[in-house]
Structure formats: C-alpha cells, structure tokens
Design a protein around this ligand. Structure first.
Ligand code: AMP
Length: 176
C-alpha cells in the first residue's frame, strides 16, 4: 500500500500567495500510485449501480475516465463554458473572486440515470455543487462524489453532504 499523500507535490504560493497548490500530476505519473488511487475511488461504488461518471475539466477527465472504465460505465464531460460542441446546459458558481460557468451537453444524461461525480480535488465545493445541479437539472440522480484530495478547512465535502450526496476523498491536506 503506497502512501498516496507522498505522491502529491505541494507547490507553495501557486497560483497566488497563500495557496498551497496540491499537484496530483506526480501521483498520476506513478504507475502503482495511480492504479491504487483509481481503485480507491471506485471501491465504494463497485456494488452500486452507476450509469456514468461525470468528470469535471480538466484533471477530473483523467481520473474520471479511469474510474468509469473500472466501474464499467460511461463517461460524461463537464466543461468550462464554450468548450462543448453540442447544445449545452450551463450552471454558474461563485469563485473567490467573481463567477464561472460549467456546462454539460443537454442530452448527456437520460432521465433517472445514476451519476457519480469525479474530480481531483475538492476545496470549497463550489465546482462540485454546480456539477451536481447540472446533473439534477438534466434529470440525473447524483449517486456520489469522489475526489483524490480534500481540503477539509474549506468545507466542500460538507456542502455536498448537505445535498444528501455520498462523498469520499482518498486523502486530506491542511490549508487552502
Ligand atoms: P472548489 O470549487 O473550491 O471546490 O475548487 C475545486 C477545483 O479547484 C478543483 O477542480 C481543483 O482542481 C481546483 N483547486 C482548488 N484549490 C486547489 C489547490 N489548493 N490545489 C490544487 N487545485 C485546487
């Protein structure tokens, strides 16, 4: 069993002073560590029916695609505004400074489909909460949300749990 935390590189004061950037590319680049991480993310849902993983751009695509393959389900991309080629539904969410919009293809989810949200990291939970709203508005059911890294001081997992979403992270780091 690898200590997955040791495979995550911390970059102080990136992209701005006070942020400890938790860089998961070093974990992804480690064959054993990546395999173990994907297995760990999928594990709580191996006996749960899932129709598709929804991965959030961009690192959520890498992790989410691998989790979807492991669970034997489809993959749905949730992207920043203006990137998806077909008709979309958008959801605005608040960032530290200002707002952003993520989008999903309007026909990506059929009514009643069971969807698992995957991203690399949860901080305030704003991005994942917006993803959950997009899935619900598309007629899907959010079965859970999984992340490699949680920053508990920012409370994102609590935000999702208040929506009744089963939420898991493989590791936690202090700070922002
Ligand atoms: P939030 O919406 O606040 O939960 O932010 C989550 C998104 O921002 C994820 O897609 C992360 O990739 C990115 N993110 C936020 N904080 C960090 C951090 N300290 N290190 C690396 N990525 C971060």
């Amino acid at each position: 069993m690898n200590d997955l935390r040791r495979l995550v590189r911390t970059i102080p004061d990136y992209p701005k002073p006070g942020i400890q950037f938790r860089d998961v590319t070093t974990l992804m680049g480690d064959a054993e560590g990546f395999k173990e991480a994907i297995a760990g993310l999928a594990q709580p849902f191996t006996d749960v029916p899932i129709d598709a993983v929804a991965g959030i751009e961009a690192r959520g695509f890498i992790v989410g695609g691998a989790v979807a393959d492991r669970l034997g389900c489809g993959f749905i991309p949730i992207r920043k505004k203006g990137k998806l080629p077909w008709k979309t539904i958008g959801q605005q969410y608040t960032l530290e400074y200002g707002v952003d919009i993520i989008e999903i293809h309007e026909d990506a989810i059929k009514a009643g489909e069971r969807i698992l949200i995957v991203d690399d990291l949860i901080a305030t939970g704003g991005t994942a909460e917006a993803a959950a709203k997009l899935i619900s508005r598309s007629g899907g059911l959010v079965v859970g949300a999984v992340f490699l890294v949680d920053l508990p001081e920012l409370g994102g997992m609590d935000v999702l749990r208040r929506h009744g979403i089963a939420t898991h992270a493989l590791m936690a780091f202090e700070g922002h």
